[in-house]
Design a binder for this molecule. Sequence first.
Ligand code: GRG
Length: 309
Amino acid sequence: MTLSTASFDLGNSKPGVAANAAAVRNAVEQHLERLVATLPGVPPNLQRAVRHALLGQSKRVRPVLLFLVAEPGPGEHRAALDAGCAVEMVHTASLILDDLPCMDDAQLRRQQPATHIAFGQSTAILSAIALLSRAFGIIAELEDVPEATRVRLTSILSNAVGWEGLVAGQELDVNGREGLVGVSEIEELNWLKTGILFVAAAEMGAVLRGLEDERIEAIRRFARHFGVAFQTADDLLDRSASAADIGKDVQKDGDKVTLITLFGTSKAQLSYEEHLAKAEQALVDSRVDAAPIRELMQRLFETRRAQEQ
Ligand code: GRG
């Protein structure tokens, strides 16, 4: 795929000055649009379904996180955006599948009808597979990134998605919740469903940037706590927010075992605060530029707090 005319405008960020989270989010949005603007040879209905799922209203947390950790120089924006958008494609594929009647049976996603509602189940499943495959194609084709790095990125993403990753989390969520009896089991599920892709995104940013192992480990720790806090906040919102507020079905957890159903809202809130504190410590340990990452987290969690009220 060639994108030779693409520009990578990050608004008011200057070379050598860390990008701010909002500008990166805009750049991600534009880049996603470019990646699926013209898809010659793709059946029009499938193309519409892919665009519907991918370009719906989203916070774009994972690609923004990847980019902020990567801190690319001006000539390196494209690779960081490509890699971030690949993670976003994987995430979108997981949302399409999660919403299907045989899984969460959701109607609304990203402020619009879920993909299977808009296009039918068969096209929804095919668009998820298409997005998942394209994600790995993008990583394989990253320009100006050494082959060894591309292989490493592929391995990180593949492990995060596969049978020890998102897929395992979904299996436990759909068919194994009754086996969850304590905080650690539920947090393991939250890790597999959400934390693991946060960690993959952040680690991919760190690998693209060429950070040494000890700092990559701190980044992984940061993203793990951030992701688990994010999932707990999501569970809290499922109980308290309206569908119109968050643009997806609520009360979907129903009888599912979560931190909240087992231990109540205040325990879940406490766990969320503890994970945020640990995320902050790991961020400091990683010695990446923390300011824009804190900005990303503040925006996310402030919006969530407002929606909970
Ligand atoms: C083969 C890719 C693939 C997945 C198969 C279906 C499945 C396994 C996993 C589903 C995992 C899942 C849906 C977890 C929920 C994670 C979560 C917190 C989603 C909401 O993320 P946000 O809030 O959404 O970042 P937006 O829409 O803002 O991007």
